[in-house]
Design a protein around this ligand. Structure first.
Ligand code: 5AD
Length: 346
């Protein structure tokens, strides 16, 4: 196993069976070596700097009905809200003061945000803060819509593919949704010029190790600038309310493997990881992550953006507690970088 890890670090690739055995390996010494190797490769590319992104959850309305997600359209118990242009801009004003230089606008697929509405918001953020990056995470849209938003000034787009296996995809989503279209969106985003992010939930219902291998192979084809992964966490008001959560250990292992396959990728230690483990973010960074995304949404809406149960939003993951987050990151030998934190390749 140690030799496999060295070769992965050297060549950024392995044979199918080798990836599978690494993903399945829970030997402590092997995992420590994997973590250390991934962290060394991340340090070689990004040094000791961790990038922060201010996450603004703009809407909990969603037309989709993904079986895992707490804000699925079919969840009658979900409390719905959407932020206006003014709400979003005041989040950005506050975030800029705090030191954020990337704003992530994330929301369910909410028809309120037409191209016109969202482009107007993007243009105003870029006018006020030309030194900031705008990342969108608004689900699937048409190629023309992606293009308009890019022309309005959006820099990056996050759209997790959720799983690269069509059968697995159909177990997580209603039949109206298609993996082919999801993948087309991702390739369109790259073609248009966005720094593009894909990703999965680790331990989502019915996921096998072979599925994760397929995800790695898909990512090698897409060559994303960013990869978001976090453990699946059940939400009681969804069809997967009784399913087991994904494992923190496997998430950390996959973070390290992804760092070695994509040495320069932007890899967040996600909120879901921080929710499942009080030191999830630190562990994620030490396993090769180099981004954290504190919550910059208005405090009274945070609880309503409930993708999964017990989602953290008020402690050091909250943007207003940046000092606390900084302490925690310093404590493991890293520092928060105040800049846009672009991908190292285009
Ligand atoms: N557990 C973990 N992550 C989830 N997401 C949605 N629902 C859950 C859940 N129950 C993730 C999806 C989505 C991102 C915004 O949040 O991967 O792409």
């Amino acid at each position: 196993m140690f030799e496999i890890i060295d070769r992965l670090a050297q060549e950024s690739n392995l044979k199918d069976g080798e990836f599978i055995s690494l993903l399945d390996c829970n030997d402590t010494r092997v995992n420590e070596y994997l973590t250390k190797t991934a962290r060394r490769v991340c340090d070689a590319n990004y040094g000791k700097r961790i990038f922060i992104r201010g996450l603004i959850e703009i809407s909990s309305y969603c037309k989709n009905n993904c079986y895992y997600c707490g804000i699925r359209g079919g969840n009658r118990k979900a409390e719905r809200y959407r932020l206006t242009k003014e709400d979003i801009l005041s989040c950005c004003d506050h975030g800029y003061e705090l030191g954020f230089r990337t704003f992530v606008l994330q929301g369910g697929e909410d028809g309120y945000y037409t191209d016109e509405v969202i482009c107007d918001i993007i243009r105003e953020i870029k006018r006020r803060y030309p030194d900031c990056a705008v990342t969108l995470s608004l689900g699937e849209r048409g190629e023309e819509s992606f293009r308009k938003m890019y022309e309005a000034g959006a820099d990056r787009y996050l759209l997790r593919h959720e799983t690269a296996n069509p059968i697995h995809y159909s177990k997580l989503h209603p039949k109206e949704m298609s993996l082919d279209y999801r993948k087309k969106c991702l390739f369109d985003l790259k073609k248009i010029g966005y720094q593009t992010g894909c990703g999965i939930m680790v331990g989502s219902p019915f996921q096998t190790t072979e599925n994760i291998l397929e995800d790695i192979r898909f990512m090698q084809e897409l060559k994303p600038h960013m990869i978001g992964i976090g453990p699946f966490i059940h939400h009681r008001d969804t069809p997967f309310g009784e399913y087991a959560d994904g494992s923190v250990e496997l998430t950390l292992r996959l973070l390290s493997i992804l760092r070695l396959v994509f040495p320069k990728v932007l890899l967040p230690a996600t909120t879901a990881l921080g929710t499942k483990d009080p030191f999830g973010r630190e562990k994620g960074i030490l396993a090769g992550a180099n981004v954290v995304m504190p919550n910059l949404s208005p405090v009274d809406t945070r609880k309503k953006y409930s993708l999964y149960e017990n989602k953290i939003c008020t402690d050091s993951e909250a943007a207003e507690n940046l000092a606390d987050l900084r302490k925690r990151i310093n404590a493991i030998g890293y520092e928060i970088a105040i800049d846009r934190g672009d991908s190292l390749w285009t």
